[in-house]
Design a protein around this ligand. Structure first.
Ligand SMILES: *Cc1c(COP(=O)(O)O)cnc(C)c1O
Length: 346
């Protein structure tokens, strides 16, 4: 049987609260605030690090090579925790179209000195894992111990950590006395959703619907990863897993479907959630996810409580300030004082 706590970093949060999501339905739509797990790490990503960090320590690794896009939440999140622990860290990033240091690229460059950031041309990105592995071998030949963390933290070491989402959700249910038959989560690499699926299977294999908004990737890529983690999970569990009991339902984003794209509709949703629900969500994942849930619930009004996982965090808004500003509207009565000084009348 898995004893996840033994392999989890101590001192990091694994509990997040739930509360009704205002502006969505009649008070029976709840949101799980994974953003509150950490101030600097984006939401559910912290759960991956809960077990990646102890694995690094247990193996005496002194240098980590991370892989990801220039705007990756994963690089900024893991980067902080590694620097904090005195573990050397380097990043292979896809060369961004716009090199302006804003949002996560600014944060990554604040955390890592220039020589620790390796730019990879977009046309060579397909070979990035091989390049990072070759770089790691070079470093190890000089006597270091190096771990390569693939894009999105997609590695076996993340497994015990990502399983904690299910246990925490069951705690929320127990404490609130509400049972959620439908759970809505978004997917980038899919690892967080996979952890939830496997964790629910391990803990409580009775039927629920898990709705997955495919922010990046497709159903096939998701299921391929799922089977890989399922195999690792069975090994960790020491035997076959309980029968699925959960069928994931996949949803394409209801607007701006291609990964990374943000349109007027998504920006409007970002503003709407701030004003109605009091939550500052990032446009790339969470506003798109919540908009998709909103549309689905409108099309199929639920008669049972629903739980939406918010796996993001407000740092994800930082790359979007100039695009969000025009949507503010002006304050009646005193619009002048809220305008930038350059636009104010003398
Ligand atoms: C990474 C991320 C996700 C998705 O996580 P995966 O485990 O890669 O599917 C969702 N929302 C935000 C804000 C993220 O940064």
């Amino acid at each position: 049987m898995i004893q996840p706590r033994d392999s989890l970093a101590t001192g990091l949060n694994l509990h997040s609260r739930i509360h009704p999501l205002r502006g969505f339905g009649d008070g029976t739509i709840y949101i799980k605030r994974e953003d509150e797990l950490s101030a600097g790490v984006t939401g559910t990503k912290l759960r991956k690090y809960l077990s990646i960090l102890p694995a690094i320590e247990a193996r005496g690794i002194d240098r980590v090579v991370m892989i990801g896009s220039a705007r990756s939440n994963n690089l900024v999140g893991l980067g902080q925790l590694l620097v904090e622990r005195g573990i050397a860290v380097e990043a292979f990033i896809k060369r961004p179209g716009d090199p302006t240091p804003t949002g996560n690229l600014l944060f990554l460059r604040m955390l890592l000195p220039p020589e620790a950031i390796h730019l990879v041309a977009p046309e060579e990105w397909g070979a990035v894992n091989a390049r990072a592995a070759a770089h790691a071998r070079r470093l190890e030949s000089r006597g270091g111990r190096v771990l390569v963390v693939p894009e999105g933290g997609d590695c076996r070491e993340a497994l015990p950590g990502i399983l904690t989402l299910a246990g925490d959700l069951l705690r929320n249910e127990h404490e609130s006395g509400i049972r959620f038959d439908d759970i809505w989560i978004d997917s980038g690499t899919g690892i967080s959703a996979i952890g939830l699926l496997l964790g629910l299977r391990l803990h409580q294999p009775h039927p629920r619907r898990l709705h997955i908004t495919l922010i990046a990737g497709d159903r096939e890529a998701f299921m391929e990863r799922y089977r890989r983690f399922e195999h690792w999970c069975a090994t960790l569990h020491g035997g076959p897993l309980p029968d699925p009991g959960l069928e994931p339902h996949f949803h394409r984003p209801a607007s701006a479907a291609s990964f990374g794209s943000v349109n007027a509709c998504v920006l409007e949703e970002t503003h709407r959630i701030a004003r109605e629900a009091g939550i500052l969500v990032d446009p790339v994942y969470s506003a798109k996810h919540l908009y998709t849930v909103r549309q689905q619930l409108r099309a199929h009004p639920p008669n049972r409580p629903q739980l939406v996982i918010y796996g993001g965090g407000p740092l994800g808004l930082c790359g979007f300030q100039s695009r969000l500003a025009p949507g503010l509207g002006s304050a009646p009565g005193n619009p002048e004082t809220l305008k930038p000084s350059s636009e104010r009348k003398p």
